[in-house]
Design a protein around this ligand. Structure first.
Ligand code: GAL
Length: 810
């Protein structure tokens, strides 16, 4: 302890630069120059980029639109959707201009003392096929747009200004969804001594845990022959709880086993985090220092028992997420990710699957902190193509390197509890595919012996015959609810994961009549009904998954497709322009909950009550017509009243999956007024009630921010929900008013989104129509502290005004 104290380094944290005596991390976020198109000489030092656009990184060049039907129009049969004949698909990749080549250039300074050091250039994602040049020379290249990768650039650097140039190329027909474009994740320089800890060289596991003590294993790969290593462990409050000094190296690796007494275990409910500070000394001189957050937790996957965390069997109540952040595109933003997780937490969700590629570091850090388990996936394709220019082009050369980087960069996150080597890969068929599955799984095992590997399988019958399914650590079924039993019997693992489930489609606030359960249902307005009874030919409604989750102890959980709508893949309207984003989300593209949110919440959130009525009650023209009412609730029974008249009591029952999880009054006839539901506890006593009312004309704009105070770092965001109410304050669920946004003071208008999958209004313009009475405006902080004012106006409406504050520290 004493030793540590006297060697304790002073960390000065300001701007994006973290200094310690021995290691500096500089994020290259500002002063980038950007140009779309190929400029042959753009890698040269003296290339004139003065006319290029100035941008900050992370950056997505395509999100600013405009939407265009012709972009990446694909004349294909989507085999995964059961199609055999090619047809024209518009909006499949979001109809945003992401195809083509672009260049980024950045000038950064290296001091005289830094130029003698070892310098690593780290990219956390570059879309795609990045080629990296420094001071006119090629440093290297990568292929997969979702990979993290780095180069040692020490030999390319000079004292003073250095010029970094990055060329990116997105091909057409390369994706099944909006991939984004550009340097959409962080780029940084890591400046350290030659004698140092390797990049991603620290591996922390917790092989033994009981109530009194945990054994923390810290493996540290270093670049030195001699020297010793000290590791100090701190608890969440920064108090030192353990220390170890190690003199022995095993080849290039120190291997320490450190005792932590009275360990606080990590779980979704108690996301407790420790920090290990590892210091490398050579000749008694501190040479390097790395700080690693970790959690103490134990995971097990056992036949007939399932998954357990810290000895407690539990199921994944998970969602799949694509990497785009709706109106922000793919440019990573911590505030946007935190908002997503906050919404999911309230729903009772406890797990995320990064479909179908590497998660951002920011997302994993938040999952560690906020308590989400994580299924980290790598690929949507192996050697066999799904799309003409997909990952199969790189598989042979890159798959191993991509997995190594995924695992090595992220292995210390306690949130990650499983890897996935692929999603619905066509290689599920044939013996070559079986070999590939084993090869990939073995790489994961070699890089990380502590976590199992799954593949999301849709060709379940084929994988039963080929030997593909039996070799996986975790057999993951995508949909195919009818094959769960069979798979459980045929596969030897003794449990099944719903690696992808539901794919129910709906549009927020849109209801269609008559209310019937149907597959591939399409309407003239290109919307799907929010009665949550519509799915695809291969998919199903949520309730069918719930049955399996509840009745089969050997089903270890599910990952619903998807937590939020995403750009691209507008099934069932992939041939119907202007549909350009998905309908699968539990919440829409703006993050606004659809009705389905409450269905999942009623089952997943076991601590708070859910009582939600649908549809809305503004049906001018439907007077006297059958307008079914559904209630999604954590209670088992309720009574419905229309204008005070009872529609009877409904009880959850086993007549059908939906009867088991929803309360449904199918014969209600619409009359304007009040819809009221009274919920009963199991003793039959009324315990809660809710009302919705028919609204009059839109009168006034209402603003409701998720955060009133944001950080003055130029990146933080407040999401403001905008809605309109009538004269009596009743929300107008059909309002489509065109609104305008003005932001004044120490904030800027960043984007808006209304969740309408058919809207061609572009997100960064300060005007948008309401969709089903709502939209979201996103305000971004500047680097200055102070007040921010948002003004929202619309013809014939009383303005909405909101004051926010931007502060240095929150
Ligand atoms: C799955 C696929 C997902 C998405 C989904 C839509 O088969 O894995 O990426 O396409 O279908 O239902």
């Amino acid at each position: 302890m004493k030793k540590y104290k006297c060697l304790l380094l002073t960390f000065l944290i300001f701007s994006q630069v973290i200094f310690s005596q021995v290691r500096t991390v500089k994020e290259l976020d500002a002063n980038w120059k950007f140009q779309k198109g190929n400029s042959e000489n753009a890698f040269e030092i003296n290339f004139d980029d003065s006319k290029w656009e100035s941008v900050n990184v992370p950056h997505d060049w395509a999100i600013y639109g405009p939407f265009d039907k012709e972009i990446d129009k694909q004349n294909v049969a989507i085999v995964q959707n059961g199609e055999t004949v090619a047809s024209e698909k518009t909006g499949r990749t979001g109809a945003l201009p992401h195809i083509g080549t672009a260049w980024y250039r950045n000038e950064f300074t290296i001091s005289e003392s830094e130029v003698t050091k070892k310098v690593i250039l780290l990219f956390e994602g570059a879309m795609s096929e990045p080629q990296i040049y420094l001071n006119g020379k090629k440093v290297g290249e990568w292929a997969y747009g979702y990979s993290y990768f780095y180069f040692d650039i020490s030999e390319f650097l000079k004292t003073g200004d250095n010029t970094l140039a990055v060329k990116l190329t997105n091909k057409e027909y390369a994706s099944r969804w909006y991939p984004g474009a550009g340097l959409y994740r962080k780029v940084s320089l890591i400046i350290k001594n030659e004698e140092s800890i390797n990049q991603w060289g620290t591996s922390i596991t917790t092989p033994f845990i009981n109530e009194d003590v945990a054994k923390v294993n810290v493996k540290t790969k270093v670049s030195v022959k001699n020297g010793f290593l000290e590791t100090t462990i701190f608890d969440t409050d920064g108090k030192q709880v353990s220390y170890d000094k190690s003199l022995v190296k095993f080849e290039n690796e120190f291997d320490q086993n450190i005792k932590v007494e009275n360990p606080q275990l990590w779980s979704p409910e108690t996301p407790y985090l420790y920090k290990a500070v590892t210091q490398l000394f050579v000749n008694n001189e501190l040479k390097d220092e790395v700080s690693t957050r970790f959690g103490i937790r134990d995971i097990k996957y056992e036949a007939h028992k399932g998954f357990s965390l810290n000895g407690e069997v539990r199921k994944f109540k998970g969602v799949c997420l694509h990497h785009d952040l709706g109106p922000l595109g793919t440019a990573i933003n911590t505030a946007a990710l935190r908002r997503q997780l906050t919404i999911l937490k309230d729903m009772g969700c406890n797990a995320i699957r990064s479909s179908h590629n590497m998660p951002s570091f920011e997302q994993l850090e938040l999952c560690d902190e906020m308590g989400f388990m994580f299924l980290a996936e790598s690929f949507d394709e192996w050697a066999k193509p799904k799309v003409k220019n997909g990952y199969h082009r790189f598989f042979e050369d890159y798959a191993e390197r991509d997995i190594i980087n995924l695992v090595q960069a992220t292995k210390n996150h306690p949130s990650i509890v499983m890897w996935s080597s692929g999603n619905e890969v066509p290689d599920q068929r044939g013996s070559e595919g079986v070999k590939r599955a084993k090869w990939l799984q073995d790489i994961f095992h070699r890089e990380d012996p502590t976590r199992p590997v799954t593949v999301g399988m849709d060709q379940v019958k084929a994988t039963m015959e080929s030997g593909f399914g039996v070799l996986l650590d975790v057999p993951g079924l995508n949909y195919r609810v009818h094959l769960y039993e069979d798979a459980y019997e045929k596969f030897p693992q003794g449990f099944i994961l719903g690696s992808e489930t539901a794919s129910t489609v709906s549009s927020r606030g849109i209801y269609k009549f008559p209310v019937v359960q149907e597959k591939n249902k399409q309407y003239d307005d290109f919307q799907s009904s929010s009665y949550d009874l519509e799915a695809c030919s291969w998919s199903n409604i949520p309730d069918e998954d719930f049955v399996l989750q509840d009745d089969k102890p050997w089903v270890i959980g599910e990952f619903v497709w998807t937590g939020f709508d995403y750009l691209g893949e507008p099934t069932p309207y992939d041939k119907s322009w202007p549909s350009r984003s998905s309908y699968f989300g539990i919440s829409d593209l703006a993050g606004l909950p659809k009705d389905r949110f409450y269905l999942y919440r009623s089952r997943w959130n076991t601590t708070n009550e859910t009582l939600h009525i649908l549809p809305h009650w503004n049906w001018k023209g439907r007077e006297g017509e059958v307008t079914p009412v559904f209630v999604y609730t954590s209670y088992n029974s309720a009574e419905l009243f229309v204008n005070g008249k009872s529609m009877g009591i409904q009880k959850k029952n086993n007549a059908s999956p939906q009867n088991r999880y929803r309360l449904m009054w199918m014969d209600v006839r619409y009359e304007p007024g009040t819809l009221k539901v009274v919920a009963f506890n199991d003793e039959g006593h009324p315990v809660s009630e809710k009302e919705i009312h028919t609204a009059g004309k839109p009168y006034k704009i209402i603003l409701n921010p998720d955060r009133k105070t944001i950080k003055s770092n130029g990146k933080d965001l407040s999401y403001v929900e905008v809605s309109v109410v009538d004269k009596n304050g009743i929300p107008c669920p059909n309002a489509t008013n065109q609104l305008k946004f003005k932001v004044k003071g120490k904030g800027t208008y960043r984007a808006a989104c209304n969740g309408d999958a058919t809207s061609l209004e572009i997100f960064h313009k300060p005007t948008m129509k309401l969709f089903s009475g709502k939209l979201v405006v996103i305000i971004q902080s500047t680097n200055e502290t102070g007040n921010i004012e948002l003004l929202v106006s619309g013809k014939g409406l009383q303005n909405g005004k909101l004051n926010l504050v931007s502060k240095n520290e929150l």
